[in-house]
Write a protein that binds this ligand. Structure first.
Ligand code: AMP
Length: 196
């Protein structure tokens, strides 16, 4: 594929669904900038910025960082010129207020979202994968908290976007190649085209 597709995609999935692996493939495939708020926050923490210091207190507990901090961070990121080429939002939005704010930010820039890809993995499998990754009991608690945050705060996003008819659910079980092939399939033929 030559050049960026200029697509704007939100990638949603529970922790441990394989979002990291798949988002790298997707970025490579679509040639669009990666807006990963988790990466941005980890960088802010490593650089000891004021935002990093605040974010760290939440992240250490597996809790979501407050919306206002996230929105400032993303809005500044969207103002960089590379975002004209499209964007893969990875780990953002994480709450309905963030999704509403993202809609406003993108409308203002005249660049609405094209698609929301939900990576679906059964709960029991998410827990199994996360436990296999984790080590101490302390980490297990944090993992459980992150899964809770996903179900309570992030999952409702899908209803928000479902109303707009742009959600594509992709089965997250199988090899990375199998999952990526499913993603390519929905990109090639989005729901909106299938219905019409
Ligand atoms: P991630 O790498 O996307 O799993 O993010 C790691 C952690 O960063 C999360 O568990 C949250 O504490 C925090 N975080 C990342 N993105 C967001 C966001 N959009 N809103 C709130 N907290 C976030």
């Amino acid at each position: 594929m030559g050049g960026p597709t200029r697509m704007r995609i939100v990638f949603v999935g529970p922790p441990g669904a394989g979002k990291g692996t798949q988002s790298l493939r997707l970025l490579n495939y679509l040639q669009i900038p990666h807006i990963s708020t988790g990466d941005m926050l980890r960088r802010a923490i490593a650089e000891h910025t004021p935002s990093g210091r605040i974010a760290e207190q939440y992240m250490n507990k597996g809790l979501l960082v407050p919306d206002d901090l996230m929105l400032t961070m993303v809005s500044q990121r969207l103002d960089l010129p590379d975002c004209e080429d499209g964007a893969l939002f990875d780990g953002f939005p994480r709450t309905v207020p963030q999704a509403e704010a993202l809609t406003a930010m993108l409308d203002q820039r005249g660049t609405p979202l094209d698609m929301v890809i939900e990576l679906r993995v059964p709960d029991a499998e998410v827990i199994r994968r996360m436990m296999a990754r984790g080590r101490s009991d302390d980490r297990e608690e944090i993992v459980a908290e992150r899964i809770r945050a996903y179900w309570n705060q992030t999952r409702p996003l899908l209803d928000f976007y479902e109303h707009r008819g742009i959600v594509e659910s992709v089965e997250g079980l199988g090899t990375p190649d199998e999952v990526f092939n499913r993603i390519k399939r929905v990109l090639a033929q989005p729901k909106q085209c299938r219905q019409s």
